[in-house]
Design a protein around this ligand. Structure first.
Ligand SMILES: Cc1cc2nc3c(=O)[nH]c(=O)nc-3n(C[C@H](O)[C@H](O)[C@H](O)COP(=O)(O)OP(=O)(O)OC[C@H]3O[C@@H](n4cnc5c(N)ncnc54)[C@H](O)[C@@H]3O)c2cc1C
Length: 439
């Protein structure tokens, strides 16, 4: 099909995460589309492995890749590193922080989610989230630096506080972090210090409800709880955070937990970009409820995808905020756009909006790792736990790291640190609160 027979459609995609990247790749080298991908970062992050970076098992480049590099062979895709701060829906254009204006015929908003503090934004300054590479690096350097300072101090109270990591939120992220921290201090760092016993690092997992891992079945939650307890993690169920201050969590029952590292894994909300579209938001998390084709009500030219979407699919199944759902949505939008352009000039052109395909989510299951050698997997009615589940987790995650550094190199590096209990990424280049020692 010759490009000159078609008006080239300008597609603006905001966000190079799972949804935006998939959509770009599906439209790649299709002469009917000129795609602009704008992301505030220059890299795509494989978020499911962020906790491995936070706990020093993997280095940042192992789980991230330059968006420009991924799309290097997509000649119709132009990538800009810019943060979209305004959307002129009537004028069909978005504006970036750089001041650049991006005009579009179709807009795909796939900017993902951010850490939510449930309206208590002042808690952010005292806690660390885990959504970006910088977050993961911040957690790692804070916990590793706290251990260094604990080795230095003679003050027992200060040492106790430095050697306490509090994690708020008993979902997969909180559980995976807690298990990995426990492995790090019990196995890997144990022989490295002389004055402190790293195995005495307290890892406290705080959960407001009566069980952890609520997206899994009850027996799997119980298995997770047992495993964490065996690993020495203190799990506080039915414990609601009332206030967060510097180095301290205050609970609803009046008790206080002093911890030099507080990690907030209690929830996410849509990126604030959803408020720029001028459409009603579907929930307090700022998400948008699209129509079945993933377009925004009243705006057939605007689509939303990924973590900022709240919807049920064509089979009335709620679509979760997970990577496969985002990828499938990105793919679906590309399909809708291609179909739309194909119908133009045919007898169906008038009905093209009613003919748009509706989104169907293919649930590939959920999994969580709970310390070395143990995981849980749930896929439909099929459940696994223990070492087999851990192997399944390992296989799937390595397979997904396609194109992120050399998969084999990542696997070998990981395997060697796994067998030797020597985490690879434990250099603190810039300890918190210190100047660069080289300057
Ligand atoms: C710690 C952690 C662990 C997870 N584990 C799993 C797991 O095991 N399995 C699983 O399936 N899912 C997991 N998830 C969820 C999964 O990562 C998300 O569902 C998925 O990343 C959503 O994809 P997305 O494209 O919607 O957004 P993202 O992947 O978050 O991408 C959004 C992109 O938009 C960019 N952006 C944001 N705002 C703007 C703006 N204003 N202008 C320009 N660019 C912008 C961001 O820089 C980012 O690159 C995990 C998430 C986290 C945080």
């Amino acid at each position: 099909m010759a490009a000159e027979n078609f008006r080239v459609r300008r597609v603006l995609i905001i966000g190079g995460g799972f949804a935006g990247l998939e959509c770009s790749q599906r439209l790649s080298n299709d002469p009917r589309f000129s795609v602009t991908l704008v992301d505030k970062a220059n890299h795509h992050v494989f978020q499911p492995l962020l906790y491995q970076v936070a706990t020093a098992s993997l280095a940042a480049p192992d789980i991230a890749r330059s968006i420009r590099q991924i799309l290097a062979d997509s000649s119709n895709v132009t990538v800009f590193m810019d943060e979209v701060t305004a959307i002129d829906v009537a004028g069909k254009a978005a504006t970036g922080k750089s001041g650049r204006r991006y005009e579009y015929d179709y807009l795909v908003v796939a900017a993902g989610a951010r850490t939510s503090f449930f309206g208590r934004s002042e808690w952010e300054q005292h806690t660390m989230g885990l959504k970006t590479l910088m977050d993961a690096q911040n957690i790692r350097r804070t916990v590793l630096a706290n251990l260094e300072w604990a080795e230095l101090t003679d003050d027992e109270d200060e040492r106790r506080k430095l050697m306490t990591v509090a994690i708020v939120g008993g979902g997969p992220t909180g559980v995976e972090l807690a298990g990995a921290f426990s492995d790090l201090v019990h196995r890997s760092l144990r022989t490295n210090f002389r004055r402190i016993d790293t195995a005495r690092l307290r890892v406290v997992l705080v959960e407001g409800s009566n069980r952890i891992l609520e997206t899994f079945d009850t027996d799997q939650s119980e298995y997770g709880l047992r495993r964490l307890t065996e690993l020495g993690v203190e799990v506080a169920l039915n414990t609601r955070v009332d206030d967060v201050r510097a180095g301290a969590l205050h609970f609803a029952d009046g008790t206080v937990l002093e911890a030099a590292a507080i990690i907030w894994a209690a929830g996410v909300e849509a990126q604030p970009i959803t408020t720029l579209l001028g459409v009603p938001l579907a929930d307090r998390g700022g998400r948008i409820a699209p129509l079945a084709d993933l377009s925004v009500p009243g705006h057939p030219e605007i689509f939303v995808a990924g973590d900022l979407v709240r919807m049920k699919d064509v089979d009335d199944k709620p679509v979760p905020g997970v990577a496969p759902a985002a990828t499938q949505m990105g793919k679906h939008i590309a399909k809708v756009l291609k179909e739309e352009v194909r119908l133009e000039g045919t007898k169906f052109a008038e009905r093209k909006l009613d003919l748009r395909p509706r989104f169907r989510y293919l649930d590939k299951g959920v999994m969580a790792i709970i310390g070395k050698n143990h995981a849980i997997v749930k896929a439909g009615n099929y459940k696994l736990h223990g070492f087999i589940a851990w192997l399944a987790w390992l296989f799937i995650h390595i397979a997904f790291l396609i194109g992120f550094r050399n998969r084999l190199a990542v696997l070998l590096g990981w395997a060697s640190s796994y067998i030797s209990n020597e985490p690879e990424a434990r250099i603190i280049a810039n300890p918190p609160g210190t100047k660069d020692p080289a300057n």
